[in-house]
Ligand binder design. Structure first.
Ligand code: SF4
Length: 280
């Protein structure tokens, strides 16, 4: 399966699994959307949705927010991450919208990125969701899922993931792909324990293929003889060496023979790790 086929397979399967691929942030207007997206950086949508009703009631328009001080905004958003910075960004964003854009949230990504608190991802989300601009914002979920599945190959940054995805996903599908990959990452291909068993993407997923290639657990190991067991030289040891594998992952290795064919003596599980992807 080449990457174009993989991308088309993934979109097809995710469309079946996720009938309403849209943002989970609650908002009514473009102003409310940009506020919610700024608040959602490094924070969950569920948490943001808890604070925005009171915030929007207190500051119902961009003009009202522009007249506020960060200290007045802070109590409404104290439970989201980085409330100090976000209070300043929200007020700064509202002031710039009023002064430079006549009170209307700008539609272009470049203009949006001039606003305080609005980086590339936030700008793309707002442009795509509010104004139907073709954009494919890459957040922590899209980054992880795209690399795991193999839609992106060893892409080290969100920008590189975005570039690679745009090569293989048709332009008209970018906005939808963004939501599908986010929701898949949030509920199925989760950061800590991806739910691979019920996942409809198994047959196209590079990460899953590598998981399947890991050795099965060994029976009958004796944890009294050592913390680890090296199958290659048939011996136990406590203090492991490390070795970097061909995917760049640091693996536990046998201090005697250097083999990475090592198992935890207590559980019998392999110590081999499949390369995974995180972004802050
Ligand atoms: S098979 Fe597992 S790793 Fe691959 S996309 Fe599905 S949940 Fe994620």
């Amino acid at each position: 399966m080449n990457r174009t086929q993989r991308a088309s397979f993934v979109l097809e399967r995710l469309r079946e699994a996720i009938p309403r691929p849209e943002t989970e942030l609650d908002y009514g207007t473009e102003y409310e959307l940009i506020v919610a997206v700024i608040l959602s950086a490094q924070c969950t949508d569920a948490r943001v949705n808890k604070v925005t009703p009171a915030l929007f009631e207190a500051f119902p328009t961009v003009e009202a927010l522009a007249e506020a001080t960060p200290e007045q905004v802070y109590p409404f958003i104290r439970s989201v991450s980085y409330p100090n910075n976000k209070s300043k960004h929200l007020v700064g964003m509202a002031q710039m919208v009023c002064e430079d854009f006549e009170g209307a949230i700008p539609q272009e990504i470049k203009q949006l990125m001039k606003l305080p608190g609005v980086g590339r991802k936030t700008a793309q989300v707002v442009a795509s969701v509010a104004f139907d601009v073709d954009a494919l914002p890459v957040d922590t979920h899209v980054f992880r899922v795209a690399n795991r599945i193999g839609l992106a190959k060893d892409a080290p940054t969100p920008l590189e993931v975005e570039k690679q995805l745009k090569r293989y996903i048709p332009q008209g599908d970018w906005g939808e792909a963004h939501h599908l990959l986010i929701l898949h990452g949030r509920y199925t291909c989760t950061a800590r324990r991806p739910k691979c068993e019920p996942c409809p993407l198994q047959t196209a997923c590079v990460y899953f293929e590598r998981l399947q290639a890991l050795p099965e657990p060994l029976d009958g190991l004796d944890a009294k003889k050592g913390r680890y067991y090296c199958q290659t030289h048939d011996g136990y040891f406590n203090k492991p060496a490390t070795h970097t594998d061909r995917y760049g992952v640091e693996q536990i290795a046998c201090p005697t023979c250097g083999s990475m064919n090592v198992f935890e003596a207590k559980t019998g599980r392999t110590t081999k790790q499949v390369k995974d992807y995180r972004v802050n």
